[in-house]
Design a protein around this ligand. Sequence first.
Ligand code: TMP
Length: 395
Amino acid sequence: MKKVFLNLLKQPITNSYLSNKKKSTLKSEFFYNLSIAFDTKNYLVSIKKPVNPKKQYTDKYAHRASQSKTMNLAFKKTANKLKIKYKPKLSLEIGSNDGVFIKNFHKKNIIAVEPCKNLARLTNKKGFSTYDKFWDIKLSRKIIKDKGKLGLIYSANTISHIPNLKETFKAISISLDKNGVFVFEDPYIGSVLKHNSYDQFYDEHVHLFSFIAISNIVKKQNLKIIDVEILKTHGGSIRFYVAKSDSKYKPTSSVKKIYKSEIKMGLNKLSAYKKFANRVKKSKQKLLELLKKLKKDNKKVISYGATYKSATIFNYCNIGPDLIEFVTDSTSNKQGKYTPGKHIPILPPVDMVKEKIDYAFLGAWNFEKEIKEKEKNFIKKGGKFITHVPTIKIV
Ligand code: TMP
């Protein structure tokens, strides 16, 4: 049974940056209710009523995974590790974005799946065989027919975006060869509870995974978790290694360890999520208090990184251009636009010292280290960052 424990109110589609503030544009902006539910049967945490993926993954999809140095490096390391460990003859990535992971493979040895046609065009142009379709059983059968079964399937920050997990894992089960491995990573609900990072909930994060939930789901498709890792990426992610139930792999000791830690955290109980929801309410109150005080003191406050995460915060907390003057982002196709829902202008990165900025809210708090390194001068001259993880503070 699905029990709602958190209501993050009316939210826009986070990827839909507005190109102008005309009345007609504002009128056609799409909103939905972001309520988060816990399934008491399989322990999965999901959006109660997800948005239709066809509305989200269009040919105007803005996010480019290769924008961050941190992520470029992380994907390179992962690709090399997986190639050495499993020596796959043929691999596939689900949700290949702009090719940040697949570029570490030989073009003949990897297949890309990416439903956003603007992104699929990018990797196709570079010579990677790219299917511009949603991952499902029909597509997996077509790929087997075209190319054969797979030794490795990889996916980062995509499986949690797919409403129908049953179909997703069935398609995985069909596609893997006997000892093929499916490796996927997504934000971890355990880290969200620990860091109070409720901004990990937005339209694209249909689910936030725990080990116990995925374990229940894959079992039903004749799959098993053979290994698991907790990662620092995106503010705390979980990486699963999944293989066929009758494959040669035995689960590692990490599998037992994470199971125990999740039971200890109460990830199998509604009460842990209810307590988290109370902390979220407090976080909202504190952030508004701080921003209102800074405004009263005539401080110049901006936000750093036009992230999906910050869209959740701004819409949930009702933070608009009156409290945050503008947002900066290094992604060219976000620049000159307005943030979804709250319509804060997005500018290219600015000289924060010259612009006399006093405070920058860390919209991309998961890249805190990279950003602080970049903005050394701002910090040296007395500039401050604001973060909400794990509690509202000035850093
Ligand atoms: P993400 O957290 O969803 O990956 O998005 C990070 C966003 O932050 C992305 O739009 C790029 C932007 N960004 C900057 O503008 N400057 C930076 O230094 C970093 C690391 C990210």
